[in-house]
Design a protein around this ligand. Sequence first.
Ligand code: PRP
Ligand code: URA
Length: 212
Amino acid sequence: MSEFPNLTVIDHPLIRHKLAVLRARETSKKTFRELVDEIAMLMGYEVTKDLRLEPVEIDTPLEHTRAWMVGGKKLTLVPILRAGLGMVEGMLRLMPSVRVGHIGLYRDHVPLRPVDYYFKLPPDAEARDFFVLDPMLATGGSAGAAVTALKREGATRVRLVCLVAAPEGVRRMLQEHPDVQLFTAALDRELNEHGYILPGLGDAGDRLFGTR
Ligand code: PRP
Ligand code: URA
């Protein structure tokens, strides 16, 4: 993946299998929701791989010992509304006590520019590790705007977790935010003329919530 040093494709057989079902047109809303949740949880294991650990002293029932715990207590999930909401519960199952911010953005269908309508973060952005969640990275307009908004608040450590990415969006993120590591379950072929990812899975928000 030398063109995209900012990208990690999490290519696990279980994730590939679930993604195939997720993509299929006939998959029901219920199954679609469950799969987004499950894939997010599986990806959560990988995207937290380099979290800092701190030594702690504990007593087992048998003796005193040294163990390790995650040091940075300031992890923060930031779903991009709406579709990013589908990934929150899966991640929270791995990191139940983290805070959750929200960024509301939707793509204007012409000219595909993100429009912002909501922004709520916990305080101390500069001290936090952010995981921005959005199933789809298409043109990269929404993810780029979300990261710009986080940086405006002082964020310096941001990762983006998506399920399906288009090369166009990855390229744009590399240009606009080269410091942001991207994680995806799949790197698809291209965008169509309406900005939809091919082969993709359609409109993630519509399929999750059943509204257009
Ligand atoms: C979708 C998706 C991303 C964005 C990706 O959201 O969830 O946020 O499009 O496209 P981009 O990379 O070209 O910006 P949408 O704007 O449809 O809003 P929704 O989540 O409310 O459906
Ligand atoms: N947003 C989606 O939900 N799907 C796409 O294919 C592109 C943007």
